[in-house]
Design a protein around this ligand. Structure first.
Ligand SMILES: NC(=O)c1ccc[n+]([C@@H]2O[C@H](COP(=O)([O-])OP(=O)(O)OC[C@H]3O[C@@H](n4cnc5c(N)ncnc54)[C@H](O)[C@@H]3O)[C@@H](O)[C@H]2O)c1
Length: 390
């Protein structure tokens, strides 16, 4: 049996947990999670103890023990940690957002009012440093955009490619009632609000499908050409009436965003993202092609419908992310990680490391995503004026 691929996880909370579970479902390629590190000794030790792995007290020690470094840390840490791992000759898995702009390091920084032209330039330079570090090291960047691996998006890719379709327009959304992470809501950690934190998902899927269409027809991806966007801070409006069901503790980020993207071939996509949606995670992308129409429903799905007359009956049963209440009718996802594409994502990444091929979700797609997101912030600063993507 081949030697297992040694993976080290950085970060020991929400994303680290579903990454761990994803690796457990990889088949055909032996994988060993050697350990975890994080800035909090308590959480890395608890994470390691529960799974029988080593809690490393430093990133450098974890690197020494690993071939792949998997970053489950806030966006502000992605570039420095990934570049260091690549410099040490490791492949990297990078959660969304790939990278971004996190401020000049002073306490006066407030992302929502900081000049967006500077942010866009710096974010793109950060992308280029990451891609160049990977090229220099001869190692892979695996961009952990699970939407690319969701069965719904992969089925649409197959329909699109095999039918020779042309996507004319798309509309998609990722929204819920607010992220759990204390880092989220503060631009210097998260690199933005709903647009970067949530909009990145349907956006990457839309960019991926147009790439796939172009590659299938002309052996050349169709890439985004321009964006127009608006962002809003609805929960910080003076007249917002808080009933306690959605998170409101945001510092300097938007909680609602919409982006209109025009591709090189003139076709379009509209992406929405917000922290303002009750009733569970609302993840979907609808594709309108010249020969078919597909609704990719990631969450929620109706494979299972349950009626529960009393909240407490299901107190020990997980139904679906951010549902709010378990009383009444609900749509529990029978295998939510699979519908989200997590196990498929780690399968692809481990096969890439094993064979040396590029992942379905790699550095180029990640870079295009960041280019659209930060061009969208520039457009929003100009109240929706179209911005060409350099
Ligand atoms: N793909 C998805 O569906 C999805 C879902 C949630 C989060 N994420 C992404 O995963 C990443 C982590 O999010 P989370 O929700 O797990 O956040 P979290 O706040 O729950 O956990 C962050 C972890 O990173 C650790 N950390 C912070 N700075 C560090 C550093 N410099 N070195 C080492 N460890 C450090 C913290 O101690 C903590 O363990 C973010 O980039 C987020 O956008 C992706």
């Amino acid at each position: 049996m081949a030697e297992p691929i040694r993976v080290g996880i950085v970060g020991a909370r929400f994303a680290a947990q579903f990454h761990w579970e994803g690796y457990q479902r990889v088949y055909g390629v032996p994988v060993q999670i050697v350990g975890v590190t994080s800035t909090s000794a308590g959480s890395r030790e608890a994470f390691a103890r529960k799974r029988g792995i080593t809690a490393f007290s430093s990133f450098e020690e974890l690197c020494d023990a690993s071939e792949v470094i998997d970053l489950c840390t806030p966006g502000c840490t992605h570039e420095p940690l990934a570049v260091e791992a690549l410099r040490r000759g490791k492949h990297v898995v990078i959660e969304k957002p790939f990278t971004g702009y996190y401020g000049p390091g002073n306490s006066a920084f407030r992302g929502n009012i900081f000049p967006k032209e500077t942010m866009l330039r710096e974010a793109m330079e950060s992308c280029d440093r990451l891609l160049s570090a990977a090229r220099g090291a001869g190692k892979r960047i695996c961009y952990a955009e699970n939407w690319i691996y969701s069965p719904a998006v992969q089925k649409e890719r197959e329909i699109l490619v095999k039918s020779g379709g042309q996507i004319l327009w798309m509309i998609g959304d990722e929204s819920h009632s607010g992220s759990h992470s204390p880092y989220y809501g503060i631009w210097k950690f998260s690199g933005g609000g709903s647009l970067v934190g949530k909009g990145c998902h349907p956006l990457s899927a839309a960019l991926y499908l147009k790439r796939a269409e172009g590659e299938a027809r002309d052996a050349k991806p169709i890439r985004p050409a321009s964006v127009s966007a608006r962002t809003h801070e609805i929960t910080r409006l003076k007249r917002f009436r808080d009933t306690g069901f959605i998170r409101t503790t945001y510092d300097d980020i938007e909680d609602y965003a919409q982006v209109h993207i025009a591709f090189e071939d003139g076709t379009v996509a509209d992406i929405f993202a917000s922290e303002l949606v009750l009733g569970g995670v609302h993840n979907w992308l609808e594709v309108f092609a010249n020969n078919h129409r597909t609704r990719c429903n990631l969450s929620q799905i109706d494979a299972l419908e349950t009626y529960n007359p009393k909240e407490e009956f299901l107190k020990d049963v997980y139904l679906t992310e951010k549902l709010g209440t378990k009383q009444g009718w609900s749509h529990p996802a029978p295998d939510e990680p699979w519908m989200n594409g997590y196990p498929q994502e780690f399968q692809d990444f481990m096969e890439c490391v094993n064979t040396g091929r590029e992942p379905l979700s790699g550095g180029e797609l990640a870079r295009d995503t960041i280019a659209v997101l930060y061009s969208a912030y520039l457009s929003a600063e100009r109240r929706g004026q179209e911005v060409e993507i350099a």
